[in-house]
Design a binder for this molecule. Structure first.
Ligand SMILES: Cc1ncc(COP(=O)(O)OP(=O)(O)O)c(N)n1
Ligand SMILES: Cc1ncsc1CCOP(=O)(O)O
Length: 514
């Protein structure tokens, strides 16, 4: 199972320029669809010459970028590479998934068409980022080689993924009349490792109902309303409110304590001991190996991986470790310590961004603003100066969208985003800045939460940061804490003890959805 990129697949437009109504253009139709709320676009042109395909893809890329929506190319990996698209969609008769991954790397999205449970297993095991399940119904857009699946067939495929689940959209004959029935009918409620899980399709992939519509904006508005109404009916929050997050933190902590996931750190010499103790305190199991001989074996049993750039030694090993963990579906958390401080560190950050499958990036203001090219001053590994909220929000959102991961910027206020949803956390005692490596400790705890809470890395990251911040406030309020030394020990104690029930959280948490 691959690590999960943070992509909103809910309304997935697949193009077909032969279907646009007279007097309109493909780009015009796509723009209206984007205005109506399409969340991802695939350029699918079966009859176009390569040159024309590339020219159209470039125009479409300019458009989708304006709406901060990923662009996927159907079948043609060469075209995806030529225009630096966000990914490709491949069918069962196209280039093999492993080859596509080798060519495109981990930073790109690869979707795979599936029609049965064997194909599903192969795509999940092979590291697809999402599945296109279909065809659900007969359609005049494509001549089908296999019988349509119907709602039952889609449900069977979703159920077959059990705990090895990747995002899935359905395709084929979907329109405004049958969308609700499909979403409600293929919903699954089961139990994974003792936790109830509600699962449903992550999205609807639609060609003709949108591209041939006289007004794609209105049609997409209507699809978006159907998606929101079914989310509500199934009690699935796609933009979790603060209350939803607070209800969830206790479960997220309990999962770490129940699962004791192993968290592999390649971290810096200064903080290694505190990172290991903080990991243990929240209920996970630290391993601090830096030897590449055992990376693959560790990745097979790890729950998550931390890459911390504080004292950079063997960068190749860090990249290899991240890749091994990515192959095993483990979340990889990067702490770009001092990332903006020197030219060398900036280059290392770029290397991690392009070669390591990152799930979460967690840095201080200087590091994150520097990565987002929005200023950001550091001296050594410390961030300098305040960050205004508008700039912070823009930086985490832009980085999250660009790298398809969760981005957290810690400081007096912490900001966490998946590119679409951004939370601000106002908790945390100022004493945290007086102990070295408190930010690195947060990274370790983010990794622990991510390891045990893989279905929503945004929620996992927010929960982790809330926990450390509230533990720091509780620690500082203790009578035995007199300064940084006693605070450091008290913080580990409170991480060990803190039980973040919704009542405690409602009392203490200062969390805002921006
Ligand atoms: C999202 C999505 N799902 C499935 C398909 C079908 O892809 P494929 O099987 O390669 O068939 P063609 O699109 O090439 O006709 C898709 N394109 N998108
Ligand atoms: C590309 C594809 N793959 C399976 S069905 C299909 C076409 C879906 O088109 P429509 O949404 O118009 O039915």
């Amino acid at each position: 199972m691959p690590y999960h990129k943070c992509i909103d697949y809910s309304l997935y437009l697949v193009t077909d320029s032969t279907l646009v109504p007279e007097g309109t253009t493909l780009l015009g139709q796509v723009e209206k669809a984007l205005q109506g709320g399409v969340t991802i676009v695939q350029l699918r042109e079966k009859e176009m010459d390569t040159g024309d395909f590339i020219a159209l893809a470039l125009q479409l890329k300019t458009l989708t970028q304006q709406y901060k929506v990923p662009l996927i190319i159907n079948d043609r990996i060469d075209v995806a590479l030529a225009i630096d698209a966000d990914g490709v969609h491949i069918g069962q008769d196209d280039m093999p998934l492993a080859t596509a991954r080798r060519i495109l790397g981990h930073g790109k999205i690869i979707g795979v068409s599936v029609n049965n449970t064997d194909e599903t297993k192969a795509a999940v095991d092979g590291g697809a980022d999402y599945l296109g399940i279909g065809a659900v119904w007969f359609t005049s857009t494509k001549a089908l080689k296999k019988q349509p699946l119907g709602v039952e067939g889609v449900t069977r495929i979703l159920a077959s993924m059990k705990d090895r689940r990747i995002p899935s959209v359905a395709i084929g004959g979907i329109n405004l009349e049958n969308a609700e029935g499909l979403l409600m009918g293929s919903f699954i409620e089961d139990d994974i490792e003792g936790y109830p899980q509600r699962r449903r399709l992550d999205g609807l992939a639609v060609v003709s109902a949108i591209i041939a519509s006289p007004d794609p904006r209105i049609t997409c508005d209507q699809f978006t309303s159907i998606l929101a109404a079914t989310n509500k009916a199934l009690n699935i929050a796609n933009r979790p409110t603060v209350d939803h997050v607070l209800d969830h933190v206790e479960i997220a902590v309990q999962r770490i304590r129940d699962q004791t996931p192993m968290v592999h750190h390649i971290t810096n010499n200064v903080v290694i001991n505190d990172n290991a103790n903080a990991t243990l305190a929240v209920g996970a199991s630290p391993i601090m190996s830096q030897n590449r001989v055992e990376l693959e074996e560790l990745a097979a049993v790890n729950g998550a991986m931390v890459l911390n750039m504080g004292t950079l030694n063997d960068i190749d090993t860090m990249v290899l470790a991240a890749q091994a963990n990515g192959r095993h579906g483990n979340p990889v958390v990067l702490d770009p310590v001092g990332g903006g401080a020197t030219t060398f560190r900036k280059q290392v950050v770029q290397r991690f961004l392009s070669e390591a499958p990152l799930t979460i990036i967690k840095g201080n203001g200087g590091e994150i603003l520097s990565m987002a090219n929005r200023g950001g001053r550091s001296r050594g590994v410390d961030s300098l100066g305040g960050v205004d909220e508008e700039n912070a929000k823009a930086a985490v959102e832009a980085l999250a969208l660009q790298h398809k991961c969760i981005v957290a910027m810690t400081g007096p206020v912490d900001y966490v985003s998946d590119g679409r949803r951004t939370y601000a956390i106002d908790n945390g005692d100022p004493m945290l800045v007086n102990i070295t490596g408190s930010g690195c400790m947060v990274t370790s705890i983010v990794a622990c939460f991510a390891a045990a809470n893989r279905s929503d890395y945004l929620l996992a990251t927010v929960s982790a940061i809330l926990m450390v911040n509230i533990a720091s406030e509780v620690a500082m309020a203790r009578g035995d804490v007199r300064g940084p030394g006693t605070f450091r020990s008290a913080l580990i104690d409170e991480l060990y003890q803190t039980s973040l029930s919704p009542n405690v959280l409602r009392d203490k948490a200062r969390l805002r959805l921006l």
